[in-house]
Design a protein around this ligand. Structure first.
Ligand SMILES: [Zn+2]
Length: 442
């Protein structure tokens, strides 16, 4: 799991009180894509129609912006079942299909709070809620790289009541079409309506952007009662993956106390409990004790790519990069090459291992990972280091230009791209890419 820094862009950032950092994690992203897939299908959207990004914030929130669906870690922690998150996704997709986004975007534009990196993500990033003072990941352990792309949202925006009811109706339709219960949606919204609208003295952002009057809850209750899928449960295998993701988030972001209280819950999957304990040992000071635990997990589920990934992560962070290579290779293979992030981690382990061939191999993996997912800023940083190590200064400069570019630091990116271009062969792929960055306009 990694959270990273994007250079703030524009005034909104400079003055921004609220910041959001994003989490990248192959396991959780794959799970969320799986949650969303049947909803997209029911809504007539193509598979993967929306990018999904995980926001490092302990409060419950989910919102759509342009082509991106944002889900807070807090939402995942609070949701006891996949169905609760799937319901929220269905509701958000309802907003998209209803065209409710446009009004919010107009509102935001006039409020001049659009985040600069929106254009970089090609997404038009907008937070439909006032988000402030969220907790950062500091102190959560060495496994996390700090920072975050910052979206400063100063205005308070909300959907209109009519839009909320329309999104609910759409959500009910998608859930029913995909044979899923709407009980999770009801559970989540009831929770908001009843008690948790205030968390730690702050009004929950989801509550603010989604007015939730009683009649809406009542309408949902009636719909759930009538639905033939009301009592349909999530597949047990999906529930286990949900618990594994929650255990990981709790360990990385919730701290030791939070993790312990979560995994003590009787309903929590035993596998996820062991996973949480292993990650906890790794993060809270005893990587050596974590290794046998993660080995035991791998033994019980040898085809789980993320157990291998975690083993690689533990070894890499405890100063054993060469030993981390094999586990990451297994993770990449089991994942079927879907996640660029896993390849970047493999490339990182190779880069830190001694030996000239390892640097070459690192470059191959990093390039493949970045081709899949160019927004992986850390990947560009490692690639720059790998090229530097292998004596290829022009491409090292270009990789640094990419790192700055995807961090939103365009001025510096152009600087590096210029320096790279002077050393690159005119018309070569690297030269052309440098040209793209040099001529990039926000
Ligand atoms: Zn809504």
């Amino acid at each position: 799991m990694v959270a990273w820094t994007l250079q703030p862009l524009g005034d909104a950032y400079a003055q921004g009180r609220g910041k959001i950092s994003l989490i990248r994690d192959a396991e959780i992203e794959a799970l969320l894509r799986q949650y969303a897939a049947p909803i997209y299908k029911a809504a007539g959207l193509r598979r993967g129609a929306l990018d999904i990004l995980i926001v490092n914030d302990q409060q419950f929130n989910a919102f759509v912006s342009g082509r991106t669906l944002f889900i807070n870690t807090g939402a995942l922690l609070e949701a006891e079942t996949p169905n609760e998150i799937i319901g929220v996704i269905a509701h958000e997709v309802g907003h998209i299909k209803g065209g409710h986004q446009q009004r919010l975007e107009d509102q935001l534009r006039s409020a001049k709070v659009i985040a600069g990196f929106a254009t970089l993500l090609g997404a038009g990033v907008i937070a439909a809620g006032a988000i402030s003072g969220n907790r950062q990941v500091s102190g959560a352990g060495s496994g996390i790289i700090l920072g975050g792309p910052s979206i400063a949202v100063r205005g308070l925006l909300s959907y209109q009541r009519g839009e909320e009811s329309a999104a609910d109706r759409a959500a009910l339709k998608y859930l029913s079409k995909s044979g899923q219960s709407a009980r999770g949606l009801l559970t989540t919204f009831s929770r908001f309506a009843e008690s948790l609208s205030l968390q730690g003295g702050r009004i929950n952002p989801y509550m603010q952007s989604h007015p939730m009057p009683r009649d809406r809850i009542e309408a949902l209750k009636v719909a759930v009662r009538k639905s033939k899928f009301a009592d349909r449960k999530d597949k047990p295998s999906l529930q286990v993956r949900h618990d594994l993701a929650r255990a990981k988030i709790a360990a990385y972001l919730g701290g030791r106390r939070y993790l312990n209280s979560l995994i003590r819950d009787k309903n929590f999957s035993p596998l996820a409990k062991r996973y949480g304990e292993a990650i906890g040992l790794h993060l809270f000071g005893s990587p050596r004790a974590a290794i046998p635990k993660i080995n035991a997990l791998i033994k019980s589920r040898p085809r789980n790519a993320y157990f291998w990934e975690m083993k690689g992560e533990i070894l890499l962070r405890s100063g054993k990069p060469a030993a981390a290579v094999k586990p990451f290779q297994r993770a990449v293979k089991l994942d079927g090459g879907r996640s660029g992030f896993l390849r970047v981690q493999l490339g990182h382990a190779l880069l830190r291992s001694k030996g000239k061939n390892n640097v070459k191999a690192a470059i191959v993996q990093l390039r493949q990972g970045l081709a899949k997912d160019p927004s992986l800023i850390v990947g560009h940083r490692y690639l720059a280091q790998a090229y530097q190590k292998s004596g290829n200064t022009p491409l090292a400069l270009l990789a640094s230009a990419e790192e700055k570019f995807w961090s939103g630091n365009i001025k510096n990116a152009k600087n590096f791209a210029n320096r790279a271009q002077q050393k690159l062969k005119r018309g070569s792929p690297g030269w052309l890419r440098a040209q793209d960055i040099i001529t990039f306009k926000k």
